[in-house]
Write a protein that binds this ligand. Structure first.
Ligand code: TXA
Ligand code: MG
Length: 313
């Protein structure tokens, strides 16, 4: 615990000096900087090689801090009470008086905000006088980081400090809901859409791609381990890694599985770590068995489908 406290203070010191630190959250690791500082936020984009027009999520300790920057509404309050802190991000209108850097929002009048549950991140946010802008701590288009070593593998010595909070317990990014107009889901994630629908007592529209997709090649490449992926495969090729949802008795050397018995929470937690492992084990391509498109299975399929756009690159 003492060690954690000194590490949190070290992270604070670097952040106070307008620099970036990788931070643990329960979803995935974030690449964090002072959301009120143009200089600090610009460093995130540079390190991540992220396009300037892709806005960042800003992380707050609690609702009181949020109210300085954003307008809230009744749907937000319902969801906040039930699911925050946790794996859900809200898109809200910015207040005119907000101090959020325009580089974090790409000059938009809205802001994506989240309240992380991870203990170290909560403690860090509490100590700071500003919220933290933090995209996932991975290189743009690649698989997100779910532990210290993943961040180290991606950024090496380019990052001054990684706050080690162990392995991410959710293992996939937050679910994003826009509450600016009619509520709609912008990204599937670690919180099931049906739970959100139950809380708001209404069916939600899904708007998962900013451009209307007329051919699969138009879909943005994302979450890619850097090798071609084939989906819904019954029989893999020789020399190809094969990803299963559930462990089998007759596992071969090239077989990887996401869960022991098909539990989707366990599977999602293992998804990015397994994709990274397959790449590290030097496989040049990956086949995935069909995964039922239900509950969190939808999030897994969403990520694998986007990752498979590597093929069309
Ligand atoms: O779990 C998570 O959400 C992680 C952890 C670190 O909190 N963060 C994360 O950030 O996944 P990132 O930058 O990888 O994804 C943020 C997504 C992007 O797709 C971005 O386009 C969208 O949020 N976004 C940000 N601001 C937005 C806004 N004002 N309106 C709509 N979408 C927005
Ligand atoms: Mg990301």
């Amino acid at each position: 615990m003492k060690n954690n406290l000194s590490n949190i203070k070290k992270a604070k010191n670097i952040l106070d000096h307008q620099d970036c630190v990788a931070v643990p959250t329960e979803t995935v690791y974030g690449l964090a900087a002072n959301a009120y500082s143009d200089k600090a936020v610009k460093k995130i984009f540079k390190l991540k090689k992220r396009p300037q027009n892709n806005p960042l999520i800003v992380h707050y300790h609690n609702i009181d801090d949020l109210k300085r920057d954003c307008e809230i509404n009744s749907d937000f309050l319902k969801l906040y009470k039930k699911f925050s802190p946790g794996p859900i991000t809200y898109v809200l209108n910015l207040k005119k008086t907000s101090k959020i850097s325009k580089f974090a929002t790409n000059n938009k009048s809205t802001l994506a905000v989240r309240f992380p549950k991870h203990n170290l991140m909560k403690k860090l946010l509490k100590l700071l006088k500003y919220p933290l802008a933090a995209p996932s701590a991975n290189l743009s288009t690649k698989v997100s980081s779910v532990c210290f070593q993943d961040v180290k593998d991606d950024f090496g010595n380019k990052l001054k400090f990684i706050l080690d909070g162990g392995r991410a317990s959710v293992g996939v990014e937050s679910t994003i809901i826009s509450l600016v107009n009619k509520p709609q889901i912008l990204r599937l994630g670690g919180l099931e859409v049906s739970s959100i629908e139950n809380c708001l007592n209404k069916k939600l529209r899904l708007k998962l791609n900013s451009k209307k997709i007329s051919s699969p090649g138009q879909m943005k490449l994302h979450y890619s381990p850097g090798i071609p992926i084939r989906l819904n495969i019954k029989k893999p090729n020789k020399n190809e890694a094969y990803l299963l949802l559930k462990k089998r008795n007759n596992l071969k050397d090239n077989y990887y599985y996401l869960s022991n018995k098909g539990n989707l929470k366990e599977a999602i937690k293992n998804l990015y770590r397994t994709l990274r492992k397959i790449k590290k084990d030097n496989f040049k391509s990956l086949a995935v068995e069909r995964i039922k498109n239900q509950g969190l299975g939808k999030t897994i399929n969403d990520r694998l489908l986007r990752a498979s756009k590597f093929n069309a690159k």
